[in-house]
Design a protein around this ligand. Structure first.
Ligand SMILES: NC(=O)c1ccc[n+]([C@@H]2O[C@H](COP(=O)([O-])OP(=O)(O)OC[C@H]3O[C@@H](n4cnc5c(N)ncnc54)[C@H](OP(=O)(O)O)[C@@H]3O)[C@@H](O)[C@H]2O)c1
Length: 273
């Protein structure tokens, strides 16, 4: 395995959704890589525990900002809070996201809007604000957490998959736009990963509870791959050989065939919703 690429002295990463799951594991990866951190999520108490552990284990500076990022205007508020503390952000990790697994019609309208607000609107706003100082400095890294659901429509995850297709498309376009400005933009596209998000899907949907364990990835492995891809300036990283093959197949398969396959998988999930 290649040696872990490290931060330059004093470099800082801001990670959203760092209180649990993939975001908390990404925080460990960046701390182990020598980055100072700004950790953001709603649960300040959980962030404080993580920050304390990372400070003592890796001797890095960790700032905790508890904030609901789905609220309109939150990314600007966060940007101002970071500027007020005079913290430069060299790496932006847009990880916070929510998922709802159920048929579109039986999902409450507010739940669709919550997914669009956090996964799309907030992520876009975060990019708008935090990329400006990177452009001024002529360097920076951005890691957007998408999903393998970004590569094709997914019945029973229709809105969620559409939000992640947006994240992937935006990432690919920005990777090209920002490369001449010295900024890399990476999409991490995990498959199912063992976190609270998947645990809640299992609880609310009996189809999800029957998923075979080999389909569910390890959160530390996903985060390690996200860190490595970000540091290497890769545009798309899909952790796991099976997941990677699925994304290649999705791109090589005619859309009508993907819809037919999605319809079979969706019927299985929705019958049990
Ligand atoms: N797990 C998977 O199978 C999987 C697969 C592919 C992609 N992903 C993507 O990976 C990312 C992380 O997912 P995960 O599985 O680690 O989820 P998770 O365990 O549910 O963690 C989600 C994180 O986002 C934070 N968050 C949620 N709503 C927020 C809000 N309104 N404002 C601020 N922070 C908020 C949560 O903290 P608080 O509750 O403290 O706010 C938590 O730290 C998401 O973008 C997800 O779509 C996950």
């Amino acid at each position: 395995m290649a040696a872990k690429k490290k931060a330059a002295s004093g470099e800082r990463a801001l990670i959203t959704g760092a209180s649990a799951g993939i975001g908390a594991s990404l925080a460990k990866q960046f701390a182990a890589g020598g980055f100072d951190l700004v950790l953001v999520a709603r649960s300040g108490d959980k962030l404080d525990v993580i920050a304390k552990a990372l400070r003592s284990e890796h001797a890095v500076d960790v700032t905790v900002i508890a904030m609901d990022l789905a609220v309109v205007g939150a990314p600007k508020k966060l940007f101002d809070a970071v500027a007020k503390r005079e913290l430069d952000v060299d790496v932006l990790v847009n990880n916070a996201g929510v998922m709802e697994m159920a048929g579109f019609a039986v999902t409450a309208p507010e739940r669709h809007q919550q997914m669009i607000a956090l996964n799309v609107a907030t992520l876009t706003d975060m990019l708008s604000y935090f990329m400006q100082p990177m452009i001024e400095r002529g360097r920076g890294r951005i890691l957007n957490v998408a999903s393998i659901a970004a590569f094709q429509p997914v019945p029973s995850l229709a809105t969620y998959a559409a939000t992640k297709a947006y994240v992937l498309s935006l990432t690919e376009a920005l990777a090209v736009e920002l490369k001449p400005r010295g900024i890399s933009v990476t999409a991490l596209c995990p498959g199912l990963t063992e976190t609270d998000m998947v645990a809640s899907a299992r609880e609310s949907n009996s189809a999800a509870s029957q998923l075979p364990p080999f389909l569910i990835g390890d959160v530390e492995d996903v985060a390690e791959q996200g860190y490595a891809a970000c540091m290497a300036g890769e545009v798309i990283r899909v952790p796991g050989a099976l997941n990677y093959m699925a994304t290649i197949a999705a791109r090589a398969t005619p859309k009508w065939m993907m819809r037919a396959m999605g319809s079979m998988a969706g019927r299985f999930a929705l019958d049990k919703t």
